[in-house]
Design a protein around this ligand. Structure first.
Ligand SMILES: Cc1ncc(C[n+]2csc(CCOP(=O)(O)OP(=O)(O)O)c2C)c(N)n1
Ligand SMILES: [Mg+2]
Length: 644
């Protein structure tokens, strides 16, 4: 696998024909010497015809080193074309070389960790290498069924893992060096925590014996384990090869049980390469479904049946229970409020599907609210509560339901089976349709939202071109705020929004991970000019790994949101919100990406059509825009019930 800086190692391959399928060599170069190939002293590349290289022998080629190309810059990605995920070999733990006893193999810590990851279904690691993790990368090199996607900054690796986890609903991994590498990735880890996303980070450490002594080793950071423990719920250090499989298994269990979320495993620089007998690594047994409190379900079903005006509120924890939420909503004729992480659970075409502003109105009228995998943050902290509204919570985290106010009932566990039980209990329930009422109310609310006309025009263009199963990745930008309120979303896991961290700059790299993990659907990332430059260096990653992400970047030469607040609420004292920008089209093109500038929703539609056809290269579409109307009156809304 290709790994290394040009022009040193350009490829390592078991088959020479894998090499250089995409190497573009300048026509002026005729021949160059390749060293490091046993039984083969010379290696020629047909430069003019840009043919794959031919070798005089393919015996035992492990690595190809190109010398004498110091002045040559690669024109495009080097190395073998990574197979599409569908073409990847079946995941299998790498075979161990030496068996010391039945079921026990001698392995390095790194080898055992990688084997355990693949046994848990991990086929990709997003990563940025460094000396602390060299043995880990060597183990990745040797392993089957797992590929390494290297990024240009640690935040890119971590956000890519997050995006892949959000888009697939499955655990993903990333690896970085300790100290600065960990901290560079920390905003993404924090976001993964806030979004309950199963992201496993493998973080290097200084030498085991030096930890905690403050000597000042490369990348040393005071109490790294303590810092990590504040960021995630499960973390551990692998202290011996034999511990690796069990700790990996513990991390996966922790990421999936209770409230899901990220986990971290640390390993010292001198431990990754240590060998010892390691117990056989078996794929994990499926976790038994958590027990469901049938009495509590029966009680909740009765309360729901008795409710006159029930409202369902869904969050990220309902994304895998879309069918059940839809069925329950129909049975109860209950509107479903989804904002940010809850969008897509009930198809926006259903008149019962609402976002914040109409949701707030309905909250004001409801006598029963069923919260599913949602913190109910806006309703409980902003819209108010009184004794006429009773609340039922469905949540994987036993501590969540009572955090703000004790609910009438709490059903703890996975939303899907719990809702299935509720549906069964309510199967004979009948209610008059609220379709006509909801259609009318939706139309009325839409009229109010028409105030956001410039944003709506662009969102309509996006929706018209992005297929139903295409993934929209939100950002902290004007179009994003509007999208959360009114972009129609048709399927779960197709609207990725950063949750309560709402951290500017998450979008592009997260979308890159989503597109990498879901090559079968188009992924569209929106950004402002401010947010885009947080991780736009990862355009190089998109080129290197051929990730065909489409970015629509709305350029107002400002941290527009901040500027508008300064204009409107701080007497026009505008500070630190104007931006000097590059020529974004030329900037993207300089990476090799496709790029164009459009000035209207119509032009955006045409550009998106072109972009979604490209499946091998990223596209940047820049949209120069002016100031946009504020969305905040539809987001931070006053109380509708209860007193202070
Ligand atoms: C990590 C982080 N830093 C700062 C902010 C504060 N913030 C919110 S919106 C914004 C400006 C966004 O600018 P841009 O991406 O250009 O979008 P625009 O508002 O111009 O549409 C800033 C700085 C934030 N949300 N997250
Ligand atoms: Mg801006």
């Amino acid at each position: 696998m290709l790994d290394g800086a040009w022009p040193a190692i350009i490829a390592e391959a078991s088959e020479p024909t894998d090499i250089a399928t995409s190497v573009a060599i300048p026509a002026t170069m005729r021949t160059f010497l390749i060293t490091g190939i046993p039984h083969c002293c010379c290696f020629y590349v047909s430069m003019l015809s840009r043919q794959p290289p031919a070798t005089s022998s393919n015996l035992g080629i492990r690595q190809i080193r190109v010398t004498g190309l110091d002045s040559v810059r690669p024109i495009c990605t080097l190395g073998r074309r990574m197979p599409l995920r569908a073409q990847m070999p079946k995941t299998k733990p790498p075979a161990s070389k030496k068996s010391t006893a039945q079921g026990v193999n001698r392995m390095t810590t790194a080898g055992a960790t990688v084997a355990a990851l693949t046994a848990h279904g991990i086929d990709t690691i997003y990563a940025l290498p460094g000396v602390h993790n060299d043995h880990l990368f060597d183990a990745l090199f040797k392993a089957d069924g797992i590929r390494t996607v290297h990024t240009r900054h640690e935040q890119g690796a971590a956000y890519m893992a997050l995006g892949a986890a959000l888009a697939t609903g499955k655990p993903q991994t990333y690896s970085v060096v300790p100290g600065p590498g960990l901290l560079n990735s920390a905003a993404a880890l924090l976001t993964a925590y806030g979004m309950n996303a199963p992201v496993l980070a493998l973080i290097g450490q200084i030498a085991q014996a030096a930890i905690g002594r403050g000597i000042g080793h490369l990348h040393e950071i005071r109490d790294q384990a303590g810092i990590i423990a504040r960021l995630v719920d499960f973390s551990a250090r692998i202290r011996a090869p034999a511990q690796a499989p069990a700790l990996v298994a513990d991390a996966f269990r922790a990421m999936a049980s209770g409230r899901p979320g990220p986990a971290v495993l640390e390993c010292a620089i001198d431990m990754w390469g240590r060998s010892a007998p390691v117990p056989a690594i078996a794929p994990p047994a499926p976790a038994p479904p958590p027990p469901i409190d049938e009495d509590a379900v029966g009680d909740a079903a009765r309360r729901l049946a008795d409710a006159k005006r029930p409202l369902i509120v869904v969050g990220g924890g309902a994304q895998d229970a879309a069918a059940e939420v839809t069925e329950l909503s129909r049975l109860l004729q209950a509107p479903v409020l989804g904002y940010r992480r809850g969008r897509g659970v009930l198809d926006s075409r259903d008149p019962l599907s609402v976002t914040l502003p109409l949701g707030r109105e309905l909250w004001g009228e409801a006598d029963m609210a069923l919260g599913i995998g949602s913190r109910l943050f806006y309703p409980l902290t902003q819209w108010g509560i009184d004794d006429q509204l009773s609340i039922i919570r469905v949540d994987a985290d036993p501590e969540e339901p009572e955090r703000f106010r004790r609910p009438a009932a709490a059903l703890i566990g996975d939303a899907k089976p719990i809702l299935r039980r509720l549906i069964d209990a309510l199967s004979t329930h009948k209610r008059p349709s609220r379709r006509a009422e909801m259609e009318e109310r939706q139309a009325k609310m839409r009229k109010r939202l028409d105030k956001l006309a410039p944003q709506i025009g662009f969102l309509e263009a996006i929706r018209a071109e992005l297929p139903e199963d295409g993934i929209f990745v939100d950002e902290v930008t004007q179009i994003g705020f509007a999208a959360r309120l009114l972009l129609p979303v048709h399927r779960p896991r197709t609207f990725l929004s950063p949750g309560y961290q709402d951290n500017l700059g998450w979008g592009f790299a997260t979308a890159l991970g989503a597109q990498h993990a879901r090559p079968d659907v188009p992924v569209l990332s929106i950004s402002g000019d401010g947010g885009f430059l947080f991780t736009s260096n990862e355009l190089a990653t998109a080129m290197r790994h051929r990730i065909p992400l489409t970015v629509v970047m709305f350029n107002d030469d400002a941290f527009g949101n901040v500027r508008r607040i300064q204009e409107e609420h701080y007497g026009n004292r505008v500070i630190a919100s104007d931006l000097a920008n590059p020529d974004f089209v030329r900037y993207a093109q300089s990476f090799g990406a496709e790029a164009e500038r459009v000035r209207s929703p119509q032009e955006l539609r045409a550009a998106l059509k072109r972009a979604f056809k490209r499946r091998d290269v990223p596209t940047l579409i820049e949209v120069p825009v002016g100031p946009m109307p504020s969305p905040w009156e539809f987001i931070h809304m006053p109380r509708v019930r209860g007193s202070r």
